[in-house]
Write a protein that binds this ligand. Structure first.
Ligand code: ADP
Ligand code: ADP
Length: 224
C-alpha cells in the first residue's frame, strides 16, 4: 500500500487564490518522485500542505496511514523536510545540528543514527566543524542530514538544485541516488526537466495548481 496518499487536495490562500485545485497522489515506499513545474505552479504549496505546515482548504493527506491533520505528530514524525533556503545555525557544529534536530522530535539527541546519516552524506569528517566553515554544497548536505535525523520514511526536497551550478547539481543527484539505496521514499520539486528525467522513477507535472502524473518518463518531453 502507498506510504503517502493525497486525495482531492485543495488550497485557496486568504486572498482567494487557488494554488491547489484538487490534487490526488499515491506514492509507494522507496520511490523517487519528481514534481516538475514552472515557478508559481504550486510546488511549494503542495509540499507544505502535505507536510501539514499549511492547512488544506479541503481534501486529505495520510503518511504511513496517519492523517496529517488529525494525527499530526505521528504523520509528521515519518516526514523529513529539506527547505529551499539554508536555515542553519552558523556557529553550531555539524554533529550538534543533527542531534538538535532529533531533540525537536522528542528523541534522544545522541544515537548511532547520527553517525550513520553523517557518513551517508560524506559529512563524518566534518562533524566537529562549525556550519559557517562549510561550503554551500556541504551546507546543503547538512540540511539533508538534519531532515534525516529522526529516521523519516518520506523525504521532501524543495527545489534542491535551484540556483546551484552544474557540478553541485550532479552532486545532489548522486546524493538522491545514495539515499534511495537506504529505502527512504523521496519527493523532490524541480523546474528542470532534465533533472526529473535523470533521477525520478515517476514524474508529476504541476501546472496552475493541477497535478498530472506521468508514468513513462520518455513521454515527458512531449508534454512540456
Ligand atoms: P512554486 O513552488 O511552484 O513556485 P508556490 O506554491 O510557491 O509555487 O505558489 C503557487 C501560487 O500561489 C503562486 O501563484 C503564488 O503567487 C501563490 N501564493 C503562494 N503563497 C501565497 C500566499 N500566501 N497568498 C496568496 N498566494 C500565494
Ligand atoms: P535546549 O534548551 O533544549 O538545549 P536550545 O533552544 O536552548 O535547546 O538550543 C540548544 C542549542 O541548539 C543552542 O546552542 C542553539 O544555538 C542550538 N540551536 C537552536 N536552534 C537550532 C537549529 N535550528 N539547528 C541547530 N541548532 C540549533
Amino acid at each position: 500500500s502507498a506510504i503517502l496518499q493525497v486525495r482531492g487536495l485543495r488550497k485557496a490562500y486568504a486572498n482567494g487564490f487557488e494554488a491547489l485545485k484538487g490534487v490526488d497522489l499515491d506514492i509507494e515506499e522507496g520511490e523517487i518522485i519528481a514534481l516538475l513545474g514552472p515557478n508559481g505552479a504550486g510546488k511549494t504549496t503542495l509540499i507544505s500542505t502535505i507536510c501539514g505546515i499549511t492547512t488544506a482548504t479541503s481534501g486529505n493527506v495520510t503518511v504511513g496511514g496517519h492523517d496529517i491533520e488529525t494525527d499530526f505528530r505521528a504523520a509528521r514524525s515519518m516526514i523529513g523536510l529539506v527547505p529551499q533556503e539554508i536555515n542553519l545555525e552558523p556557529f553550531e557544529t555539524v554533529v550538534n545540528t543533527v542531534r538538535f534536530s532529533r531533540g525537536l522530535f522528542g528523541l534522544p539527541r545522541k544515537d548511532k543514527i547520527v553517525e550513520t546519516v553523517l557518513r551517508q552524506l560524506s559529512l563524518w569528517d566534518k562533524k566537529d566543524n562549525q556550519v559557517k566553515e562549510l561550503s554551500g554544497g556541504m551546507k546543503r548536505r547538512v540540511l539533508i542530514a538534519k531532515a534525516l535525523a529522526h529516521e523519516p520514511r518520506v523525504l521532501f526536497l524543495d527545489e534542491p538544485t535551484a540556483g546551484v551550478d552544474v557540478e553541485l547539481r550532479k552532486d545532489m543527484w548522486d546524493i538522491v541516488a545514495t539515499l534511495k539505496q537506504s529505502g527512504v521514499t523521496i519527493i523532490l520539486t524541480t523546474h528542470y526537466i532534465e533533472e526529473a528525467e535523470a533521477i525520478a522513477d515517476r514524474v508529476g507535472v504541476i501546472n496552475k495548481g493541477e497535478l498530472l502524473l506521468v508514468e513513462d518518463k520518455t513521454a515527458l518531453m512531449a508534454r512540456m
